[in-house]
Write a protein of this length. Structure first.
Lengths: 328, 336
């Protein structure tokens, strides 16, 4: 039963990162144009799916809460302020979809909220991942870092890196979903963003070597881990080729694969820990009766239902977005 | 789907919250609560009193928002057809549901009387054991002198409300050690505000339905104004109800087992908590005040505006142009 929930957790986290990743990325890119028509199209490209995408964050949180309460408690306590900030950012970003069209004189405020909210949420998620990689200050399974124990140069570097990564996903999505000027502008951004992401990865890798992070030993202990970065490298080659070929769908798919391999790399170097070198999966798991109870409800019904729904939404809204009349 | 989802969400929130008030179906293993009997947890009588109470509160909120908007249109002499439907639906629903709500409220009181004696005493403003017990209608409780000032009391009523007899002995706050008493002032007043809102809603719903049903027009305008101005009542009642429940159960997080002070994250500082509180306060103030403004504009524009081109994005299925804002209010109430 623990294995089942770990697998589900991995799936929901991955889905969240890729799906909300691109719409957060579109939010970041949104801040770099002042053109109202482009902004409207950017929103149209993600508005049918963004709230469904964020459902996966809730799902991930719920599984942590129900199946791995110790990790849930530790992470939420350790990242108290950043998670508060992220929630606020996601709220502002969410209401912006509705409010900006209702607002008359305050549209700038909601646009700022949409851009800023997307940026902050991405940054915080990157910081959290970076801090987990670097190693949270833990003692006997308890977080001991205090209010700002999560703040470190390495974590901030990862925060910036993830903003680039999400922006790349977002640009890939816009290239796939849009036409005309917007597609051209998004496509032009793909190359610099790719360079940005890979320079970040290189810097983070060297930095991790300099810091002599304990997690780096995993690569020596488990050479088979290299399969994930190798997979990512192949995806990167196809990404660059897709960009040169002016292929619409390939950049997004390849970026998603890069995220998949990054996720695989991290997950398998953490294993069997959920919070590296402090809390293992078995230690974190809820009592069997809770796991079984969740299985009969969330596992057997809610998960397939949500997956089906996600699939259906993407099917209904597949293809290029239709050019909407100016005032619809 | 939206209705089902929010109802499920409300249900599980209430299961969780009710368990914290009246823990059942668990075992303590090495200081961790391990659920052993899910049947007992889900079908705990407490859940089935508190869940309907919350659900009805959400429906009432919807009913009053619809009725208030209808009354507003009627007062402005616009949308005669729509406003008639809105008034009828809102007020008839409320006329049936408010008494039901008061009944569930009473059952809720029974559960508090049975499981959370200290909270019950705080709500009643009862400092000393009494037999037969009187009911404090209104007063200013003073925790320092452990007595009430400016007290208005009705003898025997306290026993009657608590046990349906005239002679039961009811426990006072001084029977509990000071560190196990909840703060008195907040539950005492929030409870009275909640009940007051409930009674006002009952009066409006019944009078309004009576006028609608008999077709009388005497005092109609006054009642329309009252209905129009009544839309905050269910919100206030829901919020004060939660204040009563949550403050009244202090100092416990899991009633009788874990104190709030022991449940708090060890390294959490007051500054960090205060920061997050102020931060959320600002965000909610911002989005709720603008949200209210936008809903007001939509309502003012009226139902026909929904058919006209609106700026809402048609590719966003969850926000149909002109979709009724009342439905959103119900959803917000249900998820709380």
């Amino acid at each position: 039963m623990i294995t089942f929930w770990v697998a589900v957790l991995a799936l929901t986290t991955l889905l969240y990162v890729i799906l909300d990743g691109f719409d957060l990325g579109v939010g970041i890119l949104f801040g770099f144009t002042r053109n109202e028509e482009l902004r409207r199209k950017m929103l149209s490209a993600i508005s049918p799916v963004w709230d469904g995408n964020e459902t996966w964050l809730i799902f991930t949180g719920t599984i942590l809460f129900g199946a791995f309460p110790r990790v849930y408690a530790t992470l939420l306590s350790a990242f108290y302020l950043p998670i508060t900030l992220m929630l606020g950012a996601l709220i502002l970003r969410g209401v912006a979809f509705e409010f900006r069209y209702k607002a008359t004189s305050t549209r700038w405020l909601w646009d700022l909220g949409f851009f800023g909210g997307s940026l902050i949420a991405s940054f915080v998620q990157g910081v959290a991942v970076g801090e987990l990689v670097e190693g949270l200050p833990m003692q006997d399974g308890q977080y001991v870092g205090g209010t700002f124990g999560w703040l470190s140069p390495f974590a901030c570097l990862c925060g910036i890196g993830l903003c680039f990564g999400y922006a790349l996903l977002g640009a890939g999505w816009l290239t796939a979903k849009c036409e005309g000027i917007l597609r051209a502008r998004a496509h032009a951004l793909l190359r610099p963003l790719t360079i940005g992401v890979f320079s970040f990865l290189a810097v983070a890798f060297v930095y991790a070597l300099v810091l002599d992070l304990r997690i780096m030993n995993r690569w020596i202990e488990r050479p088979y881990l290299l399969i994930f970065p190798a997979f990512g490298a192949v995806a990167a080659v196809f990404l660059v080729r897709g960009i040169s070929d002016q292929n619409d769908g390939q950049p997004f798919r390849m970026t998603a694969l890069i995220f998949l391999s990054a996720f695989g790399t991290l997950a398998s170097s953490f294993w069997p820990f959920m919070i590296p070198f402090a809390v293992t999966i078995d230690q974190a798991a809820a009592p069997p009766s809770s796991l079984y109870f969740m299985f009969w409800g969330a596992g057997l019904f809610v998960l397939p239902l949500t997956l089906t729904y996600t699939g259906a939404v993407y099917r209904v809204f597949r293809g290029k977005i239709v050019e909407a009349p100016e005032e619809y | 789907m939206v209705a089902l989802g929010t109802t499920f969400s409300a249900f599980w929130i209430m299961v969780n919250n009710s368990w914290m008030r009246a823990p059942v179906g668990y075992q303590l293993q090495n200081g961790i609560f391990v659920p052993t009997d899910w049947y007992a947890i889900i079908f705990s009588p407490v859940v089935w009193v508190r869940f309907p109470h919350m659900l009805i509160a959400a429906y009432l909120t919807g009913a009053f928002c619809v009725a208030a908007t209808g009354a507003w249109y009627r007062l402005r002499n616009t949308y005669a057809v729509e406003s008639a439907v809105m008034l009828r639906m809102g007020l008839y629903l409320a006329a049936i549901v408010v008494p039901l709500q008061l009944f569930f409220g009473h059952l809720n009181g029974d559960f508090v009387h049975e499981k959370q004696l200290a909270k019950f005493a705080a709500i009643e403003g009862r400092w000393h054991d009494e037999q037969p017990a009187a009911e404090v209608v209104i007063a200013i409780p003073d925790p320092v002198s452990e007595s009430n000032r400016f007290e208005l009391k009705i003898p025997y009523l306290g026993s009657l409300i608590a046990t349906m007899t005239l002679n039961s002995k009811e426990v006072g706050l001084t029977s509990f050690p000071r560190e196990e008493r909840p703060p008195v002032l907040i539950p005492f007043f929030t409870f009275r505000i909640m009940v007051g809102c409930g009674l006002l809603m009952l009066a409006i719903a019944w009078l309004g339905s009576f006028l609608l049903f008999t077709g009388r027009t005497y005092g109609q305008r006054l009642l329309l104004w009252a209905t129009f101005l009544s839309f905050p009542l269910p919100f206030i009642a829901t919020l004060t109800g939660w204040f009563t429940a949550e403050v009244g159960r202090q100092p416990w997080t899991v009633y009788g087992l874990v104190k709030t002070a022991d449940a708090v994250t060890p390294h959490l500082t007051v500054a960090a908590t205060l920061t997050s509180l102020i931060f959320f306060g600002i965000i909610y103030l911002l989005i709720f005040s603008f949200g209210t403004l936008f809903i007001y504009r939509m309502l003012k524009a009226g139902p026909s505006a929904g058919a006209a081109p609106s700026a809402t994005n048609a590719k966003r299925p969850l926000a149909l142009p002109g979709a009724s804002p009342e439905a959103e209010t119900v959803a917000a109430g249900g998820g709380r």
